[in-house]
Design a protein. Sequence first.
Length: 503
Amino acid sequence: MNEINQSILTLILLLPLAGAVLVALVPDRFKLPNWIALLTTLVSFGLTLHLPAHFIAGQGGFQFEVNRLWIEKPAIFYHLGVDGLSLWLVVLVGLLAPIGVVASWNAIQSRRKLFFALFLLQQTAMFGVFLSLDLMVYYGFWELSLVPMAILIAMYGRKDGPKVALKFFVFTFIPSAPLLVAILWLYTQTGSFDYNTLQILIAHGNFPAGAMYWIALAFLFAFAVKVPVFPLHGWLADTFCEAPVALAMVVAGKLGLYSMLRFHIGLFPVQARALAPVLVGFAVIGILYGACLALIQRDFWRLMAFAALSHLSLITLGIYGLTLTGWEGAIYQILNHGVVDGALFLLLGFLYDRYATSQINSYGGLAARLPRTATFFVVASLAMIGLPMLNGFIGEFLILVGTFTGVSKGWAIAATLGVILGAVYMLWLIQRLFFGPESALATSKPPEDLRAGQLVVLWPLASLMLVMGVAPMLWLPTIEKGAHQPPIQVQTTYTTLQGEDQR
């Protein structure tokens, strides 16, 4: 078992890459690329489940660590590890991968080898971002995550794929340049890219205060665009409209939000505290702005894009409220967002593939013809709007409580209004798609509900929404240990040292 623990992160990281190579080598016949991608993602998901099964919840720091010298000069280490912050996010990436394959099974008919090879490469990049503890290795995976996404949007976009892919790439690539400069500056000052070492040196070091604020801002800028944080969301709506369903599930949120907690607050707690009031303000504006724009959309991909902006802004509020409760709720809500969006995008992709339109007004009365689709859509929507007993309620409640008690009652009330508006646009979407009189579009196709493969995916997701809503303590203790301790410890150390210097 010890040997497995020492190699499990490498296996998780490299298996999708091996699957991508295999997909590229096999002939594109009999849906071989689909089956290889599905098998690879299922095995990969199984490997990620080893982590929570053998994770020691009461133990601080990183577990399952691998730390070997990769390049001698500059000193870059193959350093991987997970803690309570990254543990469940790795499992989430593993969970969403087979869902993405199922969503693409019939939607992707041409160049399937290329699609699934790039899709598996994207999984490798996402795993690498969550596992890497050397900043240069992290940066490599961060950049790699942009390339398959941009290529696949360009190739499989619904209308303006190449144009939107270029827009997505420019928006997300340009902020990475100052991030790289900031990482290299830290190396010149410390001689290390290692996350743990940098935490200690930054906390104990005597770096120029002005320079450190610019370095922290460079990190934040790259992460904020990737989330995206209002007003840096210009790429989001078009990307949701054009991206294949498998990629729309992961295009926003997870990598940027995790990086904010790990590499912005974790490395620069003093600078993060100074910037927090501004980010809280932008977050609340984003919650209301996204919700209001979602209310007026008539295309369900654009509605989901602005709904995502609102929900991701709520998570940003939880992060930069800098409260223990808010951090806990933010990480839990990232997991909720992944689970619920996985179900909703699968269902909306099914409707789009069948009826060839995303215009909401074209639909109506589908519940009688597609009862299983309607049922799962209602459940996922109720989880998204935070109905008690479902998973969305826990994360939203913790974030709003943390904001109300530790940040500002006014900001909390404004954010709550955004949550209420979220319920309005999701219930309106349900009514327009599935209820009311049957539309001409609904009667134009014979009834054909969800197939067995889709049900096999949706039942576990729906069950997970319920379990996460009624038994959050299966997740929260681990999250709290990993997400909250490092920033607090660094902040305490920094404050103590500053006090000693003054004395």
